[in-house]
Design a protein around this ligand. Structure first.
Ligand code: NI
Length: 171
């Protein structure tokens, strides 16, 4: 496990900082995953996501142009802990599409219903540099698709949502 150091809560960019949100993330070199810089960033992202009460966070949202995303464990009870996706690639989106309401920490107060694949297979590296191929559906598949979009500089508002008031997402 990484050495415990003081964690940093990063500022999550709003559309005012759009240039960095629009910059595609670069792949993380495999040899760098175990290094302190990446391990520290992963821990910081988990804390930042929790502090913001988000269920997912992508590195470009805090101005780090890297292909890294984290997803809260609460998204899927089957997860053993928060999901860390390094260099994720969605290899098999299902042809079935479902409409689900989405929001984004970088676009506060904006919500909309978007159709996306109901199920996906995603290939990614974990924080130990192990490769995984995970097939999943439902909310987890949805959040992964949203976060992988961020790694390409794409926001949910680009996908022509039917804008809503967030009824299904807000407490
Ligand atoms: Ni987002």
């Amino acid at each position: 496990m990484p050495k415990k150091t003081k964690l940093r809560v990063w500022t999550i960019f709003s559309p005012g900082d759009e240039r960095l949100l629009r910059t595609p993330g670069e792949s993380v070199a495999l040899a760098d995953i175990s290094g302190q810089t990446v391990q520290r960033l992963l821990d910081d992202m988990l804390v930042t996501m929790k502090q913001a009460q988000g269920i997912g966070l992508a590195a470009p949202q805090i101005g780090q142009s890297l292909r890294i995303a984290v997803i809260a464990r609460e998204v899927d009870p089957a997860l053993p802990g928060p999901l860390i996706l390094i260099n994720p690639i969605i290899t098999q989106p299902s042809s079935d599409q479902v409409p689900i309401e989405e929001g984004c920490l970088s676009i506060p107060g904006v919500f909309g219903i978007i159709r996306r694949a109901e199920g996906i297979t995603v290939r990614y590296f974990d924080r130990f540099g192990q490769v995984h191929n995970m097939t999943t559906a439902g909310l987890l598949a949805r959040v992964i698709q949203h976060e992988v979009d961020h790694l390409h500089g794409v926001l949910f508002i680009d996908r022509q949502p039917e804008f809503t008031r967030g009824q299904e997402l807000l407490p």
